[in-house]
Design a protein around this ligand. Structure first.
Ligand code: C2E
Ligand code: MG
Ligand code: MG
Ligand code: MG
Length: 282
């Protein structure tokens, strides 16, 4: 405040600069606070993973789950991954965080199976920054071996922007392990469709922004069916994200979308709640 008061006594011509720098300071301070808290949360194992069911529309069965990182901080409250994942990426924590999510998701999949639940796959989100880690394929191989999982039960969700990063090697190495790759938020990135030919992709996830207004927006309906047709032409599984109501579901079903995910079936659940959700479906 002493600093601010000092600035205020200066010429009016500098007021814009002052305003900007104060805003910037606040946002830097905020991410420093987040960074410290996140570092502590990772070290103290206070992050958790929630799981959202993905439903196979043709068979009405559970196709798998998507693992989603969760953080409750005693002082900051619930912090959304939309906020803390970018912080983790910027301050070099994403490797550790990402490896932990991979390990936890695989451990949990093996545990559910040991409990007699039929969960065919777990999908884990992987940042572009994680993909450039040279040892990622090796880490994944070790995790799969540790929990005795066949590689095809793990799906990595990557975004279009990760795929236009020049180095395709880690993705190729991961594919060679037998792990599946999904393109997340499909349709929102810088889509050069040619990467679908160059990369060994198994799944397209139609972004929820196209799904939300299916009932009211004809363009979104056209785009959704175009994506479903691209998927079919390339023999990829198409997953629609953010399905919240029966109208969206009916449209996607009529278009032969393969898999749906969204609040209509279930929000992301704790491992325990997902277990009970599976039992209740029987
Ligand atoms: P995403 O991978 O596209 O995940 C889907 C997001 O949509 C999740 O948000 C999920 O809770 C939300 N969602 C699911 N169904 C519905 C629905 O019917 N309606 C609406 N409105 N939303 C729905 P969440 O969990 O907040 O995660 C946001 C993003 O954070 C994820 O988007 C992903 O990009 C990133 N993220 C989350 N966990 C991780 C992680 O472990 N690693 C990395 N690298 N990124 C993660
Ligand atoms: Mg995802
Ligand atoms: Mg998505
Ligand atoms: Mg998203």
């Amino acid at each position: 405040y002493a600093d601010m008061a000092m600035h205020q006594s200066k010429s009016a011509g500098r007021s814009n600069y002052r305003f900007f720098s104060r805003e910037l300071n606040a946002s830097i301070q905020q991410s420093v606070v987040l960074e410290h808290a996140l570092r502590r949360a990772i070290a103290d194992h206070r992050l958790s993973v929630y799981y959202q069911p993905k439903i196979d529309l043709r068979h009405g069965t559970v196709y798998g789950v998507e693992a989603l990182a969760r953080w409750y901080d005693p002082e900051l409250g619930v912090v959304s991954p939309v906020r803390f994942i970018p912080v983790a990426e910027d301050c070099g924590l994403i490797g550790e965080l990402g490896n932990w999510v991979l390990d936890e998701a695989c451990r949990q999949l093996a545990q559910w199976r040991a409990d007699g639940l039929d969960v065919p796959s777990v999908a884990v989100n992987v940042s572009a920054r994680q993909l450039v880690q040279k040892d990622l394929p090796e880490t994944i191989a070790q995790i799969l071996q540790c929990y005795a999982l066949e590689p095809s039960s793990l799906i990595l969700e990557i975004t279009e922007s990760s795929m236009i990063q020049d180095d395709a090697q880690p993705l190729k190495a991961i594919h060679e392990l037998g792990v599946k790759l999904a393109v997340d938020d499909f349709g929102t990135g810088y889509s050069s469709l040619s990467y679908l030919k160059r990369f060994p992709v198994h799944e397209l996830k139609l972004d929820q922004s196209f799904v939300h207004h299916l009932a009211s927006n004809k363009d979104d309906r056209e785009l959704a069916s175009a994506v479903i047709n691209i998927g079919r032409a390339l023999h990829l599984t198409v997953v629609a994200e953010g399905v919240e109501n029966q109208d969206q579901l009916s449209f996607l079903h009529a278009q032969h979308c393969d898999v749906v995910q969204g609040y209509y079936y279930s929000p992301p659940l704790s491992a325990h709640d997902f277990h009970n959700w599976m039992l209740a479906r029987r």
